[in-house]
Design a protein around this ligand. Sequence first.
Ligand code: PLP
Length: 361
Amino acid sequence: MGAGDDWVEQWVRPEVRALRAYQVPDARGLVKLDAMENPFTWPEALRQQWSEVLRGLHLNRYPDPRAEELVGSLRSAFAIPERSAVLLGNGSDELIQMLALTLALPGRTLLSVDPGFVMYRMLGIFAGMDYVGVPLRAEDFSLDLPAVLAAIERHRPALLFLAYPNNPTGNLFSAGDMEEIIQSAPGLVVVDEAYAPFTDASFLQRAGVPHNLLVMRTLSKMGLAGLRLGYLVGPPDWLGEIDKTRLPYNINVLTQVSAAFALRHAEVLERQTATIRTERARLLEALRGLDGVRAYPSEANFILFRVGTGRARAVFDGLLQRGVLVKLLDGAHPLLCDCLRVTVGLSEENAAFLSALRAAL
Ligand SMILES: *Cc1c(COP(=O)(O)O)cnc(C)c1O
């Protein structure tokens, strides 16, 4: 071990050293079905108009610190309740970080369910909180309500996240169970609706009722992953405090203007997400027709599926050899053993995935 290693060991926080950096595989040349991106690009006429808008920008100036025009566009596009405030993040990941920074104290708990979205745990730990993940039910990844309520009682979490629908399982938790959890939580509850464009269920109109209920969303999964824009909706007093942990100018000029432009043409994105929903049903049916595959229901733009015992890595490699990248989940959590996750792509991409999967199986 060289001197550099000693220094790293001495100074880097042990909880950071124990983590693995967020992994993003190289997808060049592959059918990319690993990251829940919208596979559609924009029509040429729209791209033209967008470049005209960008031409008018001046990059020598800082962006509008509150991104007021964009907030207005979000309010009308998504019918955000008037009583609620809106806080923007550089992706909803940044909002999770701001929430953790606002509530973290040594010994305080961030609670969620597992398998769930990994950034809750990572960002909670970065902020110095304890993470508690209550296991979902093994049969169908539904909430284990008694276990969640017991964990709330025991850990009194300052911050509780529920993804609705959940990632990486794709299912929508029972609204009644969610309700009971919200009523029992002593601290802040955040319903993460990253997959809102792919389901009809939502808590958005309920933000702030009760007062500790916030709703978080992102434009990433609906088709603007490259812009990095998330938004948090809730009571002005809560959001005013969380806003203090925001880095100045966190939403850059290009994102502010491009997202507002995209929302003026929301019907294009809506057509795309509607097509993805149709493709999702077709893909699920096809997966269910395959021997040796168990595909789980999804209200998101991806499908979780399980292959034969001990086969997931080989299936993943087999898909990769045939040019298709999905997400290998086996090993990520005990409940995900033998599981993979595929993002719903263009119909030809889904067909390529299915034929590669048939061969890999
Ligand atoms: C993808 C995802 C996010 C993060 O979205 P960004 O806005 O791209 O940071 C948040 N929550 C869940 C559940 C997700 O799947």
